[in-house]
Design a protein around this ligand. Sequence first.
Ligand code: ADP
Ligand code: MG
Length: 320
Amino acid sequence: MPDEFGLINRYFSACGAAGNDTLLGVGDDCALLAPPAGEVLAVTTDTLLAGVHFPLDSPARLIAQRALAVNLSDMAAMGATPRWFQLALTLPDADQDWLAEFSAGLNAMACEFNCVLVGGDTTCGPLTISITLMGSVPPDKALTRSGAKPGDIIYVSGSLGDGAGGLAAIEGRLSAGSEDARYLEGRFWQPQPRISEGLEIRAFASAAIDISDGLLADLGHIAEASQVGALLEVNKLPLSQALQRAVDSEQGRTWALTGGDDYELCFTVPADGAAHCQRLIDEGLLMATPIGQIVDEPGVRCVDERGQTVDVECSGYKHF
Ligand code: ADP
Ligand code: MG
């Protein structure tokens, strides 16, 4: 059994793809990193706790991929390019098979999204994975939550509700065909960080957020930060074929609005950028759907196809 340093060396000294912007990675007291000239650092941290954010006894490879994916999703929502990450790992024991699987999953995800593990901390205790991801963005290009204006169109990338459907499938609460269940479980475990979409839309979007706690809650954050409101057309919510087959439309809509774990982007586009955005969508360069409009009146209001207000149990995941 290797000691702590042997363990770090074996499993965490070569995760991802180091570019020449990494002057010094794992192994010293600090990493030395060189962001591109003219760009600022974008930094985000997310922690996953076993039994809270994923079921106990989940496969190590999937835990690793999800831990990095949720951080990448924050980077995408900022319109930033991911570059480096740190890993604070709390382990109940030094299980070599588990560590090998975990580091393989982490390496695969890091290579796919061009970032590299440059340091961290390793401690003993209940399984907890905390990742701090660093990237860079030109300061005037960063997408914040606070830039939405009345009249802007609201878009969402990909499809919604799959994360909640996937967790339900994993926990045995969903009776779906095996192929649909597999698809939904994959959407929970391997959310697709919308990095390229974030880089694409930063040219014309006015605000963005990634959907981790449910669309209503997260769009609510844009509305609050921008001091505006939102009108959401619930019949326009994009639902995957698999989710539509697995649950009735009421459940699908509820999961799309309030289920967490989708890691899609919700963003707003001023009227003068909407044509450009629509062209990208039509050309298949951007997978996104217009779902409503920013308005003056505060709050998020849902309407049906006739413009009638729809009441939705507005929750979103609450940690406390
Ligand atoms: P220090 O005692 O100086 O804080 P540590 O003993 O915690 O250093 O870590 C030694 C080196 O290993 C450091 O470069 C640290 O960043 C790195 N490291 C520790 N744990 C991890 C981990 N889980 N993943 C990646 N690097 C790690
Ligand atoms: Mg330390």
